[in-house]
Design a protein around this ligand. Structure first.
Ligand SMILES: *[C@@H]1O[C@H](CO)[C@@H](O)[C@H](O)[C@H]1NC(C)=O
Ligand SMILES: *[C@@H]1O[C@H](CO)[C@@H](O)[C@H](O)[C@H]1NC(C)=O
Ligand SMILES: *[C@@H]1O[C@H](CO)[C@@H](O)[C@H](O)[C@H]1NC(C)=O
Ligand SMILES: *[C@@H]1O[C@H](CO)[C@@H](O)[C@H](O)[C@H]1NC(C)=O
Ligand SMILES: *[C@@H]1O[C@H](CO)[C@@H](O)[C@H](O)[C@H]1NC(C)=O
Ligand SMILES: *[C@@H]1O[C@H](CO)[C@@H](O)[C@H](O)[C@H]1NC(C)=O
Ligand SMILES: *[C@@H]1O[C@H](CO)[C@@H](O)[C@H](O)[C@H]1NC(C)=O
Ligand SMILES: *[C@@H]1O[C@H](CO)[C@@H](O)[C@H](O)[C@H]1NC(C)=O
Ligand SMILES: *[C@@H]1O[C@H](CO)[C@@H](O)[C@H](O)[C@H]1NC(C)=O
Ligand SMILES: *[C@@H]1O[C@H](CO)[C@@H](O)[C@H](O)[C@H]1NC(C)=O
Ligand SMILES: *[C@@H]1O[C@H](CO)[C@@H](O)[C@H](O)[C@H]1NC(C)=O
Ligand SMILES: *[C@@H]1O[C@H](CO)[C@@H](O)[C@H](O)[C@H]1NC(C)=O
Length: 414
């Protein structure tokens, strides 16, 4: 029996399309981008950005979280990682019974690297946006760009243009943040506790050193992929932490999870690239092939090759503990029954990881099923950018997506 640790629950109901999709494909099924609007070309519209005022720092959090104990030793090398993944994705294996041995109230001290940005002269909106990146990325997912002046593929810049302050961080285990035991400590429960502490500190005005930033009146968690799973965990476990969640690259559909784990061809990061990760412990993994990442994160015709190559060169690690608690701090994911804020789900129409390549099926909008997890939300909406795969921020559709998100926030008083 396949594990229930990951996002492995099925769609049960259908609902009407929340947004129209104009996705033209040729006779071979390859997307035809000939008719794309001009704004799909990222070099347009990058000319009149608001100046950014950013400060980066490391914040230490002392926290307790209920972690999952996994009877898994530090892998000895690539073979041990492959064997584990095979066991996890295979039918007729008893993965949960074999490896899930209990839970542990885990206390730790974690250093998290973060960057706070606001429009020069101050934010004009009351909501601060807490940005939580997904697997393969670090905080720079939110300010990815290929141009010399850095306004392209830049959610943080677009947010500043719209008047919002943002707080982006390297998740626990990633890049410049702490890298504790990646089996039993660097896991979803710990990271949700960190996301909650970040929101609290934004609200009480103590996050930025010197308390130089006013307490945030409102906080919105905006995740991508695994960062969305953590945002959902936040809404579930700490329903008052944030006023709204924007879950990008997300759904309740688990079909793509085995594809994701297999196509990532994970190995210890230190073996994949000793230059970048030579001092990482072996339970910190890196995807093994450029081909797998292309399949999983990008939609043919919807992105610039230069962006893809740059993303690959900068790709970051994930731990075994994170992969085995992907579904959330409570697995399978539970409803955020006490969350009364607003919810927006933004998933690429061709997301392979969360929709197995098709988010619209026979008139059913798969990401709309997320509503079943939010029975008491103030509002619920989905937006499915066309010609777009899993790495939403790295596709041509990004400016359209930003415009939608900021308009949605504004319409909801945020
Ligand atoms: C692509 O779309 C354009 C405009 O919609 C159309 O004129 C063209 O024939 C299409 N090309 C193919 C190969 O389908
Ligand atoms: C994007 O726009 C620029 C400026 O108009 C143009 O030079 C470039 O060829 C366009 N790129 C694509 C991929 O259409
Ligand atoms: C960014 O670069 C483009 C192209 O070189 C230029 O037109 C634009 O003025 C620059 N924008 C800023 C904010 O510097
Ligand atoms: C951990 O779980 C136990 C049992 O459900 C609960 O009493 C405790 O408050 C939880 N601790 C944390 C830090 O969430
Ligand atoms: C995680 O905890 C389990 C249960 O205590 C233990 O068997 C396993 O060795 C631990 N793994 C690591 C890498 O510490
Ligand atoms: C899975 O393993 C657990 C723990 O060893 C055991 O209790 C359970 O019966 C096993 N389930 C199956 C279907 O083999
Ligand atoms: C539980 O977590 C604590 C840290 O809070 C750690 O010292 C202890 O070894 C953990 N127990 C197990 C069984 O992993
Ligand atoms: C930049 O932000 C800092 C607080 O982090 C503030 O003290 C300073 O006045 C801001 N500068 C501008 C030009 O807005
Ligand atoms: C921010 O909050 C204040 C009240 O605290 C309100 O007067 C103002 O309209 C709000 N601004 C925006 C942009 O919502
Ligand atoms: C940038 O220029 C466009 C077109 O002139 C305008 O609509 C938009 O509001 C400007 N954006 C900013 C942030 O000034
Ligand atoms: C603010 O929130 C942080 C994070 O939870 C906490 O550590 C800190 O003690 C709080 N400070 C005040 C003054 O409430
Ligand atoms: C490892 O990373 C370095 C630095 O980014 C890069 O130059 C090198 O090509 C990478 N090596 C491999 C095998 O990917």
């Amino acid at each position: 029996m396949r594990s229930t640790l990951a996002l492995s629950f099925a769609i049960t109901a259908s609902s009407a399309l929340a947004s129209p999709l104009l996705d033209i494909r040729d006779s071979r099924g390859i997307s035809n981008t000939t008719g794309l609007p001009a704004s799909f070309n990222q070099t347009t519209g990058a000319s009149n950005a608001t100046a950014l005022n950013c400060t980066s720092f490391v914040k230490t959090f002392e926290l307790t979280s209920n972690n999952t104990l996994l009877a898994i030793p530090i892998p000895t090398g690539a073979k041990a990682v492959s064997d584990l993944v095979t066991d996890f994705v295979s039918v007729n294996t008893n993965f949960t019974g074999e490896y899930l041995v209990g839970s542990n109230e885990t206390t730790g001290s974690y250093d998290i690297w973060m960057q706070y940005c606001e429009p020069a002269g101050g934010a004009t909106k009351n909501a601060t946006l807490e940005l939580i990146h997904g697997i393969n990325f670090d905080h720079s997912y939110w300010s990815f760009n290929t141009s010399s002046n850095g306004t392209e593929y830049n959610f943080i810049q677009a947010a500043a243009n719209a008047g919002y302050a943002t707080l982006a961080y390297d998740r626990l285990g990633v890049a410049q943040s702490s890298k504790p035991n990646g089996i039993n400590v660097t896991q979803t429960a710990t990271e949700v506790a960190i996301a909650n502490a970040v929101a609290e500190a934004l609200r009480n005005g103590t996050l930025v050193p010197g308390n130089s930033v006013q307490p945030a009146e409102q906080v919105v968690a905006i995740g991508h992929s695994y960062g969305s799973a953590q945002s959902h965990g936040l809404a579930t476990m700490h329903p008052d932490a944030v006023d709204a969640v924007v879950l990008t690259g997300f759904s309740t559909n688990g079909q793509g999870v085995p594809l994701f784990l297999s196509a990532s061809t994970y190995s210890p990061a230190s073996e994949v690239n000793a230059t970048r990760f030579g001092n990482y412990s072996n339970e910190y993994l890196l995807s093994g092939t450029i081909q797998g990442d292309r399949q999983l994160f990008f939609y043919n015709g919807g992105y610039d090759e230069e962006v893809f190559v740059k993303g690959e060169a900068a790709r970051q690690t994930v731990t075994i503990g994170e992969l085995l608690t992907l579904g959330g701090p409570i697995a399978p994911p539970q409803a955020a029954s006490n969350f009364t804020g607003d919810v927006l789900v933004v998933t690429g129409s061709h997301d392979l990881v969360y929709c197995a390549g098709g988010c619209i099926r026979n008139g059913t909008n798969l990401p709309a099923e997320v509503q079943t997890l939010y029975p008491n939300a103030g509002s619920f909406e989905t937006y499915l950018p066309a010609y777009t795969g899993h790495a939403i921020n790295l596709h041509y559709s990004a400016p359209e997506t930003y415009a939608y998100v900021f308009e949605w926030l504004s319409q909801h008083g945020l």
